[in-house]
Design a protein around this ligand. Structure first.
Ligand code: SF4
Length: 278
């Protein structure tokens, strides 16, 4: 883990990398002071954690995740289980993230359970003002049971830090909670089955702002078929919550142009400003 000076240097490097020479974050502390040390002084209303840590640690279209670099190891792939009849999440699940996780249990509601190692529920501050939503776990996330922990996760962490937050201060979740084989996009039936749990997470967290990462999350929360390339940077809404669509960090890694990085930076700055507006 980097020390605070190292983290600050990394953050400054990211800003330079995207061509930013000056930064104004409309918050109480100046951005230069937002090192990890200063961030620890920021009030965190509740501790950040998956309310139910994953059982044994077994974690995108141009706008989503990259193709898998290797298939899941057959030797460690659990044997397929017979899926019971799909069950809709109960309407009574409004008792917070723990209740939602409890309701999910060892979910077999859709076919994605067959090859997962870990169900990836979500991570972060359950009282977050800012929530990021991706499409589904990749290989690293499936292994670790936590969203955005691979290379794309590191990029997301940089993006979060660049707007003055720590990863632990925001909440991160996905449309589907089990890894789609080969990192394909989640299919409509999988999205339809799993997304009610995401909706409940959003209801429980009540973020001030949502940021959708990539096409599948944007299509779902913004209820649109418009592509992310056209939609990014334009405010949308999900149940009264402002939504800023932007590129998935994995896409950014694949198409690492100054233009794309600036677009994402503009989107995130807008999201941060909206959070600060209250
Ligand atoms: S993706 Fe969602 S609905 Fe499908 S098995 Fe996993 S948790 Fe259940």
């Amino acid at each position: 883990m980097l020390d605070p000076r190292g983290e600050l240097a990394e953050w400054i490097r990211y800003l330079r990398d995207i061509g930013i020479k000056e930064l104004h974050v409309p918050a109480a502390a100046p951005p230069a002071a937002r090192t990890a040390a200063s961030a620890r002084e920021m009030p965190v209303r509740r501790p950040a954690a998956d309310p139910r840590p994953a059982a044994p640690r077994k974690g995108a279209s141009p706008e989503s995740r990259p193709p898998a670099t290797k298939p899941a190891a057959p030797a460690s792939t659990p044997a397929p289980r017979a899926a019971p009849a799909p069950a809709a999440p109960s309407a009574a699940l409004s008792g917070g993230l723990a209740a939602i996780r409890e309701e999910l249990g060892d979910c077999t509601r859709c076919k994605l359970h067959e090859r997962r190692r870990n169900l990836v529920f979500g991570v972060g501050n359950p009282d977050a003002d800012l929530m990021f939503v991706g499409e589904g776990p990749g290989a690293d996330e499936d292994m670790q049971g936590e969203p955005f922990v691979g290379r794309a996760g590191q990029k997301l962490n940089e993006m979060i830090k660049a707007i003055g937050f720590e990863r632990s201060e925001v909440y991160i979740a996905n449309v589907v909670k089990c890894r789609p084989p080969g990192n394909r996009d989640p299919q409509p039936d999988e999205v339809a089955t799993c997304s009610p749990f995401l909706f409940q997470q959003i209801e429980a967290i009540k973020p001030k702002v949502l940021v959708t990462l990539g096409a599948p999350a944007t299509k779902l929360l913004c209820n649109t078929s418009v592509g992310i390339t056209r939609l990014r940077g334009n405010w949308q809404e999900f149940r009264g919550i402002p939504v800023m669509p932007t590129f998935h960090p994995a896409y950014l890694l694949r198409a690492y142009t100054v233009e794309n990085r600036k677009k994402v930076w503009e989107d995130l700055k807008a999201a941060r400003a909206r959070v600060d507006e209250g």
